[in-house]
Design a binder for this molecule. Sequence first.
Ligand code: CO
Length: 212
Amino acid sequence: MKIEESYNRLLKNNKEWVSSKLNEDPDYFKKLALGQSPEYLWIGCSDSRVPANEITGTLPGEMFVHRNIANMVVHSDMNLLSVLSYAVEVLKVKHIIVCGHYGCGGVIAAMGNKQFGLIDNWLRHIKDVYRYHHNELDAIKDENERARRFVELNVIEQVHDLGKTSIVQKAWSNNQELHIHGWVYDISEGIIKDLGVTFTCTKDLHSVYHLV
Ligand code: CO
């Protein structure tokens, strides 16, 4: 596809989408413009194959979304913290979902030793997860299986990292209903696996992280 075509198709698609939405409901955009009250915050990978709304069957207005390489919750990341704070304190979402995916390029890169440049600084957060779990991961001889488990462990650590934030702990101490979950999406099947690491209150976290 020529470069102009690759660009123009997006604007053309948009016009078609607007017409189809207005066909279904002439007030569709007027209603959406009134405001949002999503029940979910999605923290997912930037990978183009993991579109939050599409794979969960949710519509515009239903999901607040933050995406970065390898769905990381880095507690010095102002972007993540701002999204989290707004989602929890203003929108009062009921669920935060960290969704990783098998075959994640960021996780696979973090498993290796190759230098990639600037992104190495980001990958280092993922390498830390490997170090926490090196006994389990090093014991998996098959590289593909090891990468799959690393993806899962990375999600689990990010759920812990969410729970450690003062934003989430404050919500819990105010008795705000807020559940945080870890998922892995299988790109080759389309299926989401719930890793069963649902945190619903401060006591689900190791006591060293409890803020009082
Ligand atoms: Co990824």
